[in-house]
Design a protein around this ligand. Structure first.
Ligand SMILES: [Zn+2]
Length: 185
């Protein structure tokens, strides 16, 4: 599967727009929960809704079955996140949900796992939400600045509290390492 034409550039523009609206420079790190709130979405940790033991139980039944999910209740949007994830993974999951909303994806499919309903989107929309969410967390200007400091994916993950997978994905997708190398010769 591939992203639609112009998708990446649009994601970068949106990441820049959100930062500008929040009064932040284009290369700033963001707290994704604050971004969600800025966009009128409230992040609620799932252990405030159900016993945390049930979340561990679900994890044992199917690992990573529940990352985060968006619910619309009386016109308000809530992102329910999974507190048993690492902070980096939590950021990716929340960014993914924020991206669905910014991309205006419909909450359609409902799957049930152990009696708990989950909404999922279409596979192409899932890919888009992950790419867009990654751009919100790590936009090109931020990665370029990091690459100039000589930081690779591991250092970026540590500095910006994202997963190494996410840092590597964005680092490679944007080609910032090549860009920085080309300018310094
Ligand atoms: Zn999704």
């Amino acid at each position: 599967m591939s992203l639609p034409r112009g998708f990446k550039a649009n994601a970068e523009r949106e990441a820049a727009r959100v930062r500008k609206e929040m009064g932040l420079p284009g290369n700033a790190a963001v707290d994704i929960e604050q971004v969600a709130e800025h966009l009128q979405m409230k992040v609620v940790s799932a252990d405030r809704l159900i016993d945390i033991e049930r979340l561990y139980e679900l994890e044992r039944i199917q690992a990573f079955a529940f990352s985060a999910a968006t619910f619309e209740i009386e016109g308000r949007f809530f992102i329910v996140s999974n507190p048993i994830r690492t902070p980096g993974r939590l950021a990716s999951d929340i960014a993914h949900e924020v991206a669905h909303r910014l991309l205006d994806h419909q909450l359609s499919e409902v799957r049930e796992i152990d009696g708990i309903p989950f909404r999922t989107c279409k596979p192409d929309e899932e890919e888009q939400a992950t790419a867009f969410g990654g751009t919100l967390l790590l936009p090109r200007p931020l990665l370029t600045a990091a690459a100039y400091r000589g930081w690779g994916p591991d250092e970026i993950a540590k500095q910006y509290n994202v997963t190494v997978e996410m840092a590597r994905y964005r680092y490679n997708a944007t080609g910032v390492a090549r860009q920085v190398k080309a300018r310094s010769v």
